[in-house]
Design a protein around this ligand. Structure first.
Ligand SMILES: Cc1cc2nc3c(=O)[nH]c(=O)nc-3n(C[C@H](O)[C@H](O)[C@H](O)COP(=O)(O)O)c2cc1C
Length: 186
């Protein structure tokens, strides 16, 4: 059985650069199957909503995470931080604490921006949040894609910059390796 990787895009925008970057990963390895895991229909997190059981969209979102071997999040940065829609999705996925679908899940993190700092601030926050959820986030490697608008073809919605492609290919190989070698710490 090939490994499965879920792709979560932190932007809800139709022509999102981050979605184009995430899509580019799907052509980079025959060893894995990719599945999009969407966050746009999740309600705003509210503990009251959990009382009667997870709403349908939340239950589907959690089981999509459960069913994949790893997750790669590709996200923009908003106001030097994590986009609200992504934080909302991660809060839903974090429940119940300690035994959530994200607990021990291998996670990779990529970010792209037309700006110069490659979503560095957002990624610091996302790492901190994922640590709290006890995910196994790929350590050390960072993918900070700056000036992304110059690296893609917006009409065809494809990544064109060869250097970025090679970097992403290497990151994907490292992430696949990470899925196999993620530490078992109980
Ligand atoms: C509310 C808001 C805040 C933003 N803040 C930042 C920021 O802090 N750093 C940054 O690099 N870009 C920032 N941007 C610009 C985004 O990087 C840009 O809109 C990008 O295209 C969003 O990603 P997407 O194309 O995947 O939707 C911001 C955009 C919005 C709408």
């Amino acid at each position: 059985m090939p490994k499965t990787i879920g792709l979560i895009c932190g932007s809800l925008r139709k022509n999102s650069y981050n979605r184009i970057i995430a899509q580019s990963l799907t052509d980079m390895s025959d060893a894995v199957q990719f599945r999009w895991i969407e966050i746009n229909e999740l309600p705003l997190f509210n503990e009251d909503l959990e009382i009667g059981g997870d709403p349908e969209t939340v239950a589907a979102f959690k089981s999509a995470i459960q069913d994949v071997d790893g997750i790669i999040i590709v996200s923009p940065e908003y106001n030097s931080g994590i986009p609200g829609a992504l934080k909302n999705a991660l809060d839903w996925a974090s429940r119940p604490p300690r035994s959530s679908v994200l607990s021990r899940k291998p996670v990779g993190l990529i970010g792209a921006t037309p700006g110069g700092l490659g979503t560095a601030f957002a990624q610091m926050q996302i790492r901190q949040i994922l640590e709290a959820m006890q995910t196994h986030i790929l350590p050390f490697q960072k993918v900070l894609i700056s000036q992304v608008h110059e690296k893609i073809d917006s009409d065809q919605k494809i990544l064109t910059d060869e250097k970025t492609k090679r970097y992403l290919e290497r990151y994907l190989q490292q992430f696949i390796h990470w899925i196999d070698h993620t530490p078992v710490l109980d």
